[in-house]
Design a protein around this ligand. Structure first.
Ligand code: TNX
Length: 508
Protein backbone atom coordinates (compact mmCIF):
# COMPACT_ATOMS: atom_id res chain seq x y z
CA UNK A 1 0.00 0.00 0.00
CA UNK A 2 1.18 3.49 -0.80
CA UNK A 3 1.73 5.98 1.97
CA UNK A 4 -1.17 8.44 2.19
CA UNK A 5 -0.52 11.67 0.32
CA UNK A 6 -0.82 14.96 2.12
CA UNK A 7 -2.05 16.60 -1.07
CA UNK A 8 -4.54 15.20 -3.54
CA UNK A 9 -2.80 13.90 -6.62
CA UNK A 10 -3.69 15.94 -9.70
CA UNK A 11 -4.84 13.89 -12.66
CA UNK A 12 -2.46 13.37 -15.56
CA UNK A 13 -2.43 16.61 -17.52
CA UNK A 14 -3.81 16.46 -21.06
CA UNK A 15 -0.77 17.67 -22.98
CA UNK A 16 -1.13 18.71 -26.62
CA UNK A 17 0.90 18.02 -28.63
CA UNK A 18 1.59 14.70 -27.00
CA UNK A 19 5.26 14.58 -25.93
CA UNK A 20 7.65 12.01 -27.35
CA UNK A 21 8.21 10.41 -23.94
CA UNK A 22 6.42 11.06 -20.71
CA UNK A 23 6.26 9.26 -17.38
CA UNK A 24 3.81 10.43 -14.75
CA UNK A 25 4.64 9.69 -11.13
CA UNK A 26 1.99 9.07 -8.49
CA UNK A 27 3.27 12.04 -6.53
CA UNK A 28 2.50 15.70 -6.37
CA UNK A 29 4.69 18.78 -6.29
CA UNK A 30 3.06 21.66 -4.46
CA UNK A 31 4.32 25.00 -5.73
CA UNK A 32 5.56 26.83 -2.63
CA UNK A 33 4.83 30.45 -1.71
CA UNK A 34 8.46 31.48 -2.25
CA UNK A 35 10.19 30.46 -5.47
CA UNK A 36 13.62 30.93 -6.91
CA UNK A 37 14.22 30.47 -10.63
CA UNK A 38 17.85 29.94 -11.62
CA UNK A 39 19.04 29.83 -15.18
CA UNK A 40 22.22 29.24 -17.12
CA UNK A 41 23.38 30.24 -20.59
CA UNK A 42 20.64 31.74 -22.73
CA UNK A 43 17.95 30.90 -20.22
CA UNK A 44 17.03 34.48 -19.37
CA UNK A 45 13.89 34.79 -21.52
CA UNK A 46 12.72 31.38 -20.33
CA UNK A 47 13.16 32.50 -16.74
CA UNK A 48 10.99 35.53 -17.51
CA UNK A 49 8.25 33.43 -19.10
CA UNK A 50 8.34 31.13 -16.11
CA UNK A 51 8.24 34.03 -13.68
CA UNK A 52 5.17 35.45 -15.42
CA UNK A 53 3.45 32.07 -15.17
CA UNK A 54 4.26 31.72 -11.47
CA UNK A 55 3.14 35.26 -10.68
CA UNK A 56 -0.23 34.44 -12.20
CA UNK A 57 -0.35 31.50 -9.81
CA UNK A 58 -0.14 34.02 -6.98
CA UNK A 59 3.23 33.02 -5.56
CA UNK A 60 6.38 35.09 -5.21
CA UNK A 61 9.35 34.57 -7.50
CA UNK A 62 12.96 35.70 -7.64
CA UNK A 63 15.18 34.94 -10.64
CA UNK A 64 18.95 34.61 -10.59
CA UNK A 65 21.65 33.40 -12.93
CA UNK A 66 23.90 31.44 -10.64
CA UNK A 67 23.47 27.85 -11.71
CA UNK A 68 22.25 25.16 -9.41
CA UNK A 69 20.24 26.90 -6.74
CA UNK A 70 16.48 27.35 -6.85
CA UNK A 71 13.46 25.09 -6.82
CA UNK A 72 13.13 25.96 -10.54
CA UNK A 73 16.23 25.31 -12.61
CA UNK A 74 16.57 26.24 -16.25
CA UNK A 75 19.60 24.92 -18.09
CA UNK A 76 20.49 25.97 -21.62
CA UNK A 77 23.34 23.91 -22.99
CA UNK A 78 24.07 23.73 -26.72
CA UNK A 79 25.66 20.30 -26.34
CA UNK A 80 22.19 18.86 -25.67
CA UNK A 81 21.34 19.37 -29.33
CA UNK A 82 22.63 15.88 -30.13
CA UNK A 83 19.99 14.28 -27.90
CA UNK A 84 17.20 16.85 -27.82
CA UNK A 85 17.46 18.45 -31.24
CA UNK A 86 17.05 22.18 -31.87
CA UNK A 87 13.62 22.52 -30.33
CA UNK A 88 13.46 19.68 -27.83
CA UNK A 89 13.53 19.86 -24.04
CA UNK A 90 13.68 17.74 -20.93
CA UNK A 91 11.42 18.50 -18.02
CA UNK A 92 11.42 16.81 -14.68
CA UNK A 93 9.29 17.57 -11.67
CA UNK A 94 10.37 15.92 -8.43
CA UNK A 95 10.10 16.48 -4.66
CA UNK A 96 12.76 19.18 -4.73
CA UNK A 97 11.37 21.11 -7.69
CA UNK A 98 11.46 21.49 -11.42
CA UNK A 99 14.37 21.09 -13.81
CA UNK A 100 14.09 22.20 -17.42
CA UNK A 101 16.89 21.60 -19.91
CA UNK A 102 17.28 22.34 -23.60
CA UNK A 103 19.88 23.06 -26.23
CA UNK A 104 18.25 26.33 -27.27
CA UNK A 105 15.90 29.11 -26.20
CA UNK A 106 13.26 27.49 -28.38
CA UNK A 107 13.46 24.22 -26.46
CA UNK A 108 13.20 26.06 -23.14
CA UNK A 109 10.21 28.00 -24.41
CA UNK A 110 8.48 24.73 -25.31
CA UNK A 111 9.25 23.24 -21.91
CA UNK A 112 7.48 26.24 -20.41
CA UNK A 113 4.48 25.79 -22.71
CA UNK A 114 4.27 22.20 -21.44
CA UNK A 115 4.33 23.49 -17.86
CA UNK A 116 1.68 26.06 -18.76
CA UNK A 117 -0.64 23.26 -19.83
CA UNK A 118 -0.13 21.65 -16.41
CA UNK A 119 -1.45 24.75 -14.64
CA UNK A 120 -5.20 25.23 -14.23
CA UNK A 121 -6.84 26.80 -17.30
CA UNK A 122 -7.91 29.91 -15.38
CA UNK A 123 -4.26 30.92 -15.47
CA UNK A 124 -4.95 32.13 -19.01
CA UNK A 125 -7.16 35.01 -17.96
CA UNK A 126 -7.01 35.52 -14.22
CA UNK A 127 -4.88 35.43 -11.14
CA UNK A 128 -5.19 32.08 -9.36
CA UNK A 129 -6.28 32.07 -5.77
CA UNK A 130 -5.59 28.51 -4.71
CA UNK A 131 -2.32 26.68 -4.48
CA UNK A 132 -1.08 25.02 -7.68
CA UNK A 133 -0.22 21.36 -7.42
CA UNK A 134 1.72 19.73 -10.26
CA UNK A 135 1.96 16.07 -11.00
CA UNK A 136 5.53 14.79 -10.75
CA UNK A 137 6.86 13.72 -14.09
CA UNK A 138 9.77 13.26 -16.38
CA UNK A 139 9.38 14.29 -19.98
CA UNK A 140 11.75 14.13 -22.91
CA UNK A 141 10.31 15.73 -25.95
CA UNK A 142 11.15 16.97 -29.42
CA UNK A 143 9.18 17.63 -32.59
CA UNK A 144 8.78 15.28 -35.50
CA UNK A 145 8.82 18.16 -38.02
CA UNK A 146 10.69 21.45 -38.14
CA UNK A 147 7.77 23.19 -39.92
CA UNK A 148 4.55 23.51 -37.91
CA UNK A 149 2.67 26.35 -39.45
CA UNK A 150 -0.52 28.20 -40.02
CA UNK A 151 -1.41 30.51 -42.88
CA UNK A 152 -3.73 33.48 -42.55
CA UNK A 153 -5.15 35.01 -45.73
CA UNK A 154 -5.20 38.66 -44.69
CA UNK A 155 -5.64 39.72 -48.34
CA UNK A 156 -9.28 38.86 -49.06
CA UNK A 157 -10.37 40.12 -45.68
CA UNK A 158 -7.95 41.91 -43.40
CA UNK A 159 -6.89 40.77 -39.94
CA UNK A 160 -4.69 43.30 -38.18
CA UNK A 161 -1.96 43.42 -35.59
CA UNK A 162 -4.21 42.75 -32.59
CA UNK A 163 -5.73 39.59 -33.99
CA UNK A 164 -2.43 38.34 -35.38
CA UNK A 165 -0.71 38.73 -32.01
CA UNK A 166 -3.44 36.72 -30.34
CA UNK A 167 -3.10 34.14 -33.09
CA UNK A 168 0.65 33.92 -32.41
CA UNK A 169 -0.04 33.35 -28.69
CA UNK A 170 -2.42 30.54 -29.47
CA UNK A 171 -0.01 28.92 -31.90
CA UNK A 172 2.77 29.11 -29.31
CA UNK A 173 0.67 27.31 -26.69
CA UNK A 174 0.54 24.37 -29.10
CA UNK A 175 4.22 24.61 -30.11
CA UNK A 176 3.63 25.83 -33.65
CA UNK A 177 6.50 27.81 -35.13
CA UNK A 178 5.71 29.27 -38.59
CA UNK A 179 3.17 31.95 -39.45
CA UNK A 180 2.65 32.44 -43.18
CA UNK A 181 0.83 35.66 -44.11
CA UNK A 182 -0.87 35.76 -47.50
CA UNK A 183 -0.36 39.51 -47.92
CA UNK A 184 -1.66 40.19 -51.41
CA UNK A 185 -4.28 38.91 -53.78
CA UNK A 186 -6.84 40.15 -56.30
CA UNK A 187 -9.00 41.61 -53.57
CA UNK A 188 -6.46 43.57 -51.53
CA UNK A 189 -2.85 44.54 -50.69
CA UNK A 190 -1.88 44.38 -47.02
CA UNK A 191 1.73 45.44 -46.50
CA UNK A 192 3.23 48.91 -46.82
CA UNK A 193 5.85 49.11 -49.59
CA UNK A 194 7.58 52.48 -49.36
CA UNK A 195 8.76 52.53 -52.97
CA UNK A 196 5.25 51.79 -54.29
CA UNK A 197 2.94 53.70 -51.93
CA UNK A 198 -0.24 53.26 -53.94
CA UNK A 199 -0.24 49.54 -53.16
CA UNK A 200 -1.65 50.38 -49.76
CA UNK A 201 -3.20 53.78 -50.62
CA UNK A 202 -5.33 52.10 -53.28
CA UNK A 203 -4.98 48.31 -52.85
CA UNK A 204 -5.13 48.55 -49.06
CA UNK A 205 -8.61 50.04 -49.24
CA UNK A 206 -10.01 47.11 -51.18
CA UNK A 207 -11.35 43.80 -49.91
CA UNK A 208 -13.64 40.95 -50.81
CA UNK A 209 -17.36 41.73 -50.58
CA UNK A 210 -18.32 42.41 -46.94
CA UNK A 211 -14.71 41.83 -45.90
CA UNK A 212 -12.45 44.21 -44.01
CA UNK A 213 -9.86 46.37 -45.76
CA UNK A 214 -6.65 47.71 -44.21
CA UNK A 215 -2.95 46.97 -44.18
CA UNK A 216 0.05 46.51 -41.91
CA UNK A 217 2.54 49.34 -41.84
CA UNK A 218 6.15 48.17 -41.93
CA UNK A 219 6.41 49.17 -38.27
CA UNK A 220 3.45 46.96 -37.40
CA UNK A 221 4.87 44.11 -39.44
CA UNK A 222 8.14 44.38 -37.53
CA UNK A 223 6.32 44.56 -34.22
CA UNK A 224 4.37 41.41 -35.06
CA UNK A 225 7.53 39.69 -36.20
CA UNK A 226 9.39 40.47 -32.96
CA UNK A 227 6.40 39.40 -30.92
CA UNK A 228 6.32 36.13 -32.86
CA UNK A 229 10.09 35.56 -32.65
CA UNK A 230 9.95 35.88 -28.87
CA UNK A 231 7.58 32.90 -29.06
CA UNK A 232 9.75 30.93 -31.50
CA UNK A 233 7.50 31.73 -34.45
CA UNK A 234 8.97 32.90 -37.74
CA UNK A 235 6.84 35.00 -40.09
CA UNK A 236 6.81 34.07 -43.77
CA UNK A 237 5.51 36.90 -45.96
CA UNK A 238 3.79 35.91 -49.20
CA UNK A 239 3.45 38.23 -52.15
CA UNK A 240 1.36 36.19 -54.56
CA UNK A 241 2.64 36.53 -58.16
CA UNK A 242 2.35 36.51 -61.16
CA UNK A 243 -1.39 35.75 -60.81
CA UNK A 244 -3.71 36.74 -57.93
CA UNK A 245 -2.28 40.22 -58.42
CA UNK A 246 -5.21 42.47 -59.29
CA UNK A 247 -4.80 44.65 -56.17
CA UNK A 248 -1.38 45.69 -57.49
CA UNK A 249 -2.67 46.03 -61.07
CA UNK A 250 -5.44 48.28 -59.78
CA UNK A 251 -2.96 50.43 -57.85
CA UNK A 252 -0.44 50.69 -60.71
CA UNK A 253 -2.21 50.29 -64.07
CA UNK A 254 1.17 50.40 -65.89
CA UNK A 255 1.80 46.83 -64.70
CA UNK A 256 -0.99 45.73 -67.07
CA UNK A 257 -0.70 45.10 -70.84
CA UNK A 258 -2.32 47.54 -73.26
CA UNK A 259 -6.07 47.09 -73.30
CA UNK A 260 -5.76 44.93 -70.21
CA UNK A 261 -5.24 41.75 -72.22
CA UNK A 262 -3.65 40.30 -69.06
CA UNK A 263 -7.07 40.38 -67.41
CA UNK A 264 -9.12 37.57 -68.88
CA UNK A 265 -11.97 37.52 -68.46
CA UNK A 266 -12.08 41.16 -67.39
CA UNK A 267 -13.75 40.66 -64.08
CA UNK A 268 -12.71 44.16 -63.10
CA UNK A 269 -10.62 46.92 -64.71
CA UNK A 270 -8.59 49.55 -62.89
CA UNK A 271 -9.46 51.59 -60.89
CA UNK A 272 -12.45 49.42 -60.07
CA UNK A 273 -12.12 47.08 -57.05
CA UNK A 274 -12.54 43.34 -57.44
CA UNK A 275 -14.74 41.98 -54.65
CA UNK A 276 -15.67 38.60 -56.03
CA UNK A 277 -14.31 35.09 -55.46
CA UNK A 278 -12.99 34.00 -58.88
CA UNK A 279 -9.36 32.99 -59.28
CA UNK A 280 -7.01 32.65 -62.26
CA UNK A 281 -8.14 35.74 -64.23
CA UNK A 282 -5.47 38.34 -63.38
CA UNK A 283 -1.75 38.36 -63.99
CA UNK A 284 1.10 40.76 -64.58
CA UNK A 285 1.78 41.74 -68.18
CA UNK A 286 4.51 39.13 -68.36
CA UNK A 287 6.04 40.40 -71.59
CA UNK A 288 6.61 43.82 -70.06
CA UNK A 289 10.13 43.91 -68.55
CA UNK A 290 9.12 46.73 -66.21
CA UNK A 291 7.21 44.32 -64.02
CA UNK A 292 10.58 43.01 -62.85
CA UNK A 293 11.40 46.42 -61.39
CA UNK A 294 8.25 46.09 -59.33
CA UNK A 295 9.05 42.50 -58.32
CA UNK A 296 12.61 43.44 -57.44
CA UNK A 297 11.57 46.44 -55.32
CA UNK A 298 8.80 44.64 -53.49
CA UNK A 299 10.88 41.56 -52.73
CA UNK A 300 13.79 43.81 -51.76
CA UNK A 301 11.71 45.72 -49.21
CA UNK A 302 10.13 42.56 -47.86
CA UNK A 303 13.56 40.92 -47.50
CA UNK A 304 14.82 43.95 -45.65
CA UNK A 305 12.07 43.96 -43.04
CA UNK A 306 11.85 40.17 -42.70
CA UNK A 307 14.10 38.46 -40.16
CA UNK A 308 13.19 34.92 -41.15
CA UNK A 309 15.03 33.23 -44.03
CA UNK A 310 12.02 32.79 -46.36
CA UNK A 311 9.98 34.80 -48.84
CA UNK A 312 6.90 33.18 -50.38
CA UNK A 313 6.23 34.19 -54.00
CA UNK A 314 2.84 32.50 -54.42
CA UNK A 315 2.80 31.24 -58.01
CA UNK A 316 -0.56 29.49 -57.92
CA UNK A 317 -3.36 29.11 -60.42
CA UNK A 318 -2.11 30.86 -63.52
CA UNK A 319 -1.55 29.82 -67.13
CA UNK A 320 0.87 31.80 -69.23
CA UNK A 321 3.59 30.83 -71.72
CA UNK A 322 5.98 32.96 -69.68
CA UNK A 323 4.95 31.54 -66.31
CA UNK A 324 8.07 29.39 -65.83
CA UNK A 325 10.38 32.20 -66.90
CA UNK A 326 8.71 34.45 -64.33
CA UNK A 327 9.03 31.95 -61.51
CA UNK A 328 12.72 31.32 -62.23
CA UNK A 329 13.40 35.07 -62.24
CA UNK A 330 11.40 35.73 -59.08
CA UNK A 331 13.19 32.85 -57.33
CA UNK A 332 16.56 34.31 -58.28
CA UNK A 333 15.51 37.79 -57.11
CA UNK A 334 14.59 36.33 -53.71
CA UNK A 335 18.02 34.73 -53.54
CA UNK A 336 19.74 37.98 -54.49
CA UNK A 337 18.35 39.37 -51.26
CA UNK A 338 19.75 36.45 -49.29
CA UNK A 339 16.45 34.64 -48.75
CA UNK A 340 15.10 31.22 -49.67
CA UNK A 341 12.04 31.03 -51.92
CA UNK A 342 8.81 29.25 -51.11
CA UNK A 343 6.06 28.86 -53.69
CA UNK A 344 2.79 27.01 -54.12
CA UNK A 345 3.48 23.66 -55.77
CA UNK A 346 2.89 24.95 -59.32
CA UNK A 347 6.26 26.73 -59.15
CA UNK A 348 8.00 23.35 -59.18
CA UNK A 349 6.98 22.93 -62.83
CA UNK A 350 9.81 25.40 -63.54
CA UNK A 351 13.55 24.77 -63.17
CA UNK A 352 13.74 26.61 -59.88
CA UNK A 353 16.71 26.41 -57.55
CA UNK A 354 17.10 23.25 -55.51
CA UNK A 355 16.76 25.27 -52.30
CA UNK A 356 13.21 26.34 -53.16
CA UNK A 357 10.49 24.91 -50.93
CA UNK A 358 7.28 23.78 -52.58
CA UNK A 359 4.02 24.07 -50.69
CA UNK A 360 1.70 21.29 -51.76
CA UNK A 361 -2.01 22.10 -51.66
CA UNK A 362 -3.66 19.85 -54.26
CA UNK A 363 -0.77 17.43 -54.71
CA UNK A 364 -1.07 17.18 -58.49
CA UNK A 365 2.16 18.78 -59.66
CA UNK A 366 5.13 16.56 -60.44
CA UNK A 367 8.20 18.63 -59.57
CA UNK A 368 10.93 18.93 -62.21
CA UNK A 369 13.42 19.54 -59.42
CA UNK A 370 14.48 16.27 -57.85
CA UNK A 371 14.00 15.90 -54.10
CA UNK A 372 12.43 19.30 -53.69
CA UNK A 373 11.62 20.09 -50.05
CA UNK A 374 7.91 20.35 -49.42
CA UNK A 375 5.48 21.78 -46.91
CA UNK A 376 2.38 19.64 -46.64
CA UNK A 377 -0.81 21.74 -46.84
CA UNK A 378 -3.04 19.33 -48.72
CA UNK A 379 -6.46 20.91 -49.03
CA UNK A 380 -8.31 17.74 -48.01
CA UNK A 381 -6.65 17.87 -44.60
CA UNK A 382 -5.35 21.34 -43.98
CA UNK A 383 -7.59 23.85 -45.78
CA UNK A 384 -9.49 25.09 -42.80
CA UNK A 385 -11.58 27.51 -44.90
CA UNK A 386 -13.52 24.32 -45.62
CA UNK A 387 -16.40 23.35 -43.35
CA UNK A 388 -15.94 21.91 -39.87
CA UNK A 389 -18.99 19.74 -40.55
CA UNK A 390 -20.96 19.14 -43.77
CA UNK A 391 -23.08 22.13 -44.67
CA UNK A 392 -21.42 24.74 -42.46
CA UNK A 393 -22.24 28.15 -43.94
CA UNK A 394 -19.68 30.50 -45.46
CA UNK A 395 -17.11 27.87 -46.25
CA UNK A 396 -15.31 26.77 -49.40
CA UNK A 397 -15.99 23.24 -50.57
CA UNK A 398 -14.15 22.84 -53.87
CA UNK A 399 -11.59 20.45 -52.40
CA UNK A 400 -13.87 18.39 -50.21
CA UNK A 401 -17.61 18.72 -50.50
CA UNK A 402 -18.30 17.62 -46.93
CA UNK A 403 -15.65 19.82 -45.43
CA UNK A 404 -12.42 19.07 -43.63
CA UNK A 405 -13.22 17.39 -40.34
CA UNK A 406 -11.06 17.39 -37.24
CA UNK A 407 -10.35 13.75 -38.01
CA UNK A 408 -9.35 14.59 -41.61
CA UNK A 409 -6.76 17.00 -40.27
CA UNK A 410 -5.58 14.52 -37.68
CA UNK A 411 -5.26 11.69 -40.20
CA UNK A 412 -2.13 13.02 -41.87
CA UNK A 413 0.74 10.60 -42.27
CA UNK A 414 3.83 10.89 -44.40
CA UNK A 415 6.99 8.92 -44.84
CA UNK A 416 8.25 11.19 -47.61
CA UNK A 417 11.71 12.32 -46.49
CA UNK A 418 11.29 15.58 -48.42
CA UNK A 419 8.34 16.72 -46.32
CA UNK A 420 9.63 19.28 -43.82
CA UNK A 421 6.31 19.70 -42.07
CA UNK A 422 2.71 20.83 -42.17
CA UNK A 423 0.79 24.07 -42.49
CA UNK A 424 -2.92 24.71 -41.87
CA UNK A 425 -4.35 27.45 -44.08
CA UNK A 426 -7.41 29.65 -43.76
CA UNK A 427 -8.44 31.56 -46.88
CA UNK A 428 -10.70 34.47 -46.11
CA UNK A 429 -13.13 34.91 -49.00
CA UNK A 430 -15.92 33.97 -46.59
CA UNK A 431 -14.13 34.52 -43.29
CA UNK A 432 -14.91 38.11 -42.49
CA UNK A 433 -14.68 38.56 -38.73
CA UNK A 434 -12.36 37.56 -35.90
CA UNK A 435 -15.00 35.18 -34.56
CA UNK A 436 -15.27 33.42 -37.90
CA UNK A 437 -11.50 33.08 -38.19
CA UNK A 438 -11.38 31.62 -34.67
CA UNK A 439 -14.08 29.15 -35.68
CA UNK A 440 -12.13 27.97 -38.73
CA UNK A 441 -8.75 27.59 -37.03
CA UNK A 442 -9.77 26.15 -33.69
CA UNK A 443 -9.74 23.34 -32.80
CA UNK A 444 -8.51 22.00 -36.16
CA UNK A 445 -5.24 23.94 -35.86
CA UNK A 446 -4.62 22.00 -32.64
CA UNK A 447 -4.84 18.78 -34.63
CA UNK A 448 -2.40 20.33 -37.11
CA UNK A 449 -0.07 21.19 -34.23
CA UNK A 450 -0.10 17.60 -33.03
CA UNK A 451 0.55 16.05 -36.47
CA UNK A 452 3.47 18.45 -36.83
CA UNK A 453 4.99 17.63 -33.46
CA UNK A 454 4.07 14.09 -32.44
CA UNK A 455 5.32 11.12 -34.45
CA UNK A 456 2.79 9.04 -36.39
CA UNK A 457 3.12 5.89 -34.29
CA UNK A 458 2.26 7.79 -31.09
CA UNK A 459 -0.91 9.33 -32.48
CA UNK A 460 -4.39 8.01 -31.87
CA UNK A 461 -7.47 10.01 -32.80
CA UNK A 462 -9.70 8.82 -29.93
CA UNK A 463 -7.04 9.56 -27.36
CA UNK A 464 -6.48 12.95 -28.98
CA UNK A 465 -10.18 13.81 -28.72
CA UNK A 466 -10.10 12.96 -25.01
CA UNK A 467 -7.16 15.27 -24.39
CA UNK A 468 -8.63 17.96 -26.62
CA UNK A 469 -11.88 18.06 -24.66
CA UNK A 470 -9.88 18.83 -21.55
CA UNK A 471 -8.60 21.97 -23.30
CA UNK A 472 -12.14 23.35 -23.56
CA UNK A 473 -11.82 25.45 -20.42
CA UNK A 474 -8.45 26.79 -21.50
CA UNK A 475 -9.74 27.75 -24.95
CA UNK A 476 -12.70 29.49 -23.30
CA UNK A 477 -10.37 31.29 -20.86
CA UNK A 478 -8.39 32.47 -23.90
CA UNK A 479 -11.61 33.86 -25.38
CA UNK A 480 -11.28 31.71 -28.50
CA UNK A 481 -14.53 31.27 -30.40
CA UNK A 482 -13.64 27.67 -31.19
CA UNK A 483 -15.95 25.33 -33.03
CA UNK A 484 -17.46 22.86 -30.57
CA UNK A 485 -16.70 19.74 -32.59
CA UNK A 486 -19.39 17.11 -31.94
CA UNK A 487 -17.96 13.96 -30.37
CA UNK A 488 -15.56 15.93 -28.21
CA UNK A 489 -16.53 16.50 -24.57
CA UNK A 490 -15.72 20.19 -24.24
CA UNK A 491 -16.80 20.51 -20.59
CA UNK A 492 -19.25 23.00 -19.16
CA UNK A 493 -19.84 26.19 -21.09
CA UNK A 494 -19.23 29.36 -19.13
CA UNK A 495 -20.39 32.70 -20.40
CA UNK A 496 -17.47 34.88 -21.40
CA UNK A 497 -18.81 38.43 -21.43
CA UNK A 498 -18.69 40.21 -24.74
CA UNK A 499 -17.24 37.38 -26.76
CA UNK A 500 -19.86 37.41 -29.51
CA UNK A 501 -20.47 41.13 -29.39
CA UNK A 502 -19.22 41.98 -32.87
CA UNK A 503 -20.28 38.84 -34.63
CA UNK A 504 -22.07 39.68 -37.85
CA UNK A 505 -23.95 36.82 -39.42
CA UNK A 506 -23.52 36.61 -43.17
CA UNK A 507 -26.96 35.72 -44.42
CA UNK A 508 -28.13 38.38 -46.83
C1 TNX B 1 -7.15 28.04 -53.75
S1 TNX B 1 -4.60 27.34 -52.52
C2 TNX B 1 -6.33 29.15 -53.66
C3 TNX B 1 -6.81 30.36 -52.98
C4 TNX B 1 -8.25 30.24 -52.57
C5 TNX B 1 -8.48 28.87 -51.98
C6 TNX B 1 -9.87 28.66 -51.45
C7 TNX B 1 -4.11 28.39 -53.42
C8 TNX B 1 -2.69 28.42 -53.57
N1 TNX B 1 -5.02 29.17 -54.04
O1 TNX B 1 -6.62 31.48 -53.82
O2 TNX B 1 -8.51 31.23 -51.61
O3 TNX B 1 -8.25 27.91 -52.98
O4 TNX B 1 -10.00 27.42 -50.79
Amino acid sequence: MEAPQATALPEEPALIPLPAQVTWESKAYVIPQQNIVCYTGEGKEASQWLKALLLKAGVSVATQTTGDCGNWKIVQDASLEGTLGEEGYQLSIKDDGVLLKAASKAGLFYGIQTLRQMFPPEIENQQLESQVVLRQTSIEDQPEFAWRGTMVDVARSFFGLGYLKRHVDRMALYKMNRLHLHLSDDQGWRIEIKGWPKLTEVGGKASVRRGRAGFLTQEEYKELQDYALARNIIIIPEIDMPGHIYAALMSYPELNCDDYTNLTPKRATPPEMFQDYNVGWSKFCLENPEIYEFVNDVIGEMAEITKGPWIHIGGDEIEDPRYKEFVVKADSIVQTYGKTTIGWEEVSKAEVSSSLISQRWHGKVESVVKDIKTIHSLCSQLYLDHANIPGQENTNNWCKKDGVSLEDTYSFNSDDPNVIGVEAAVWSEFVLSDEMLDNRFWPRAIAAAEIGWTSGEKRNYDAFKQRLGKHGDRLRALDINFYRTPGVDWGTEKAVPGIFSNFTPLSE
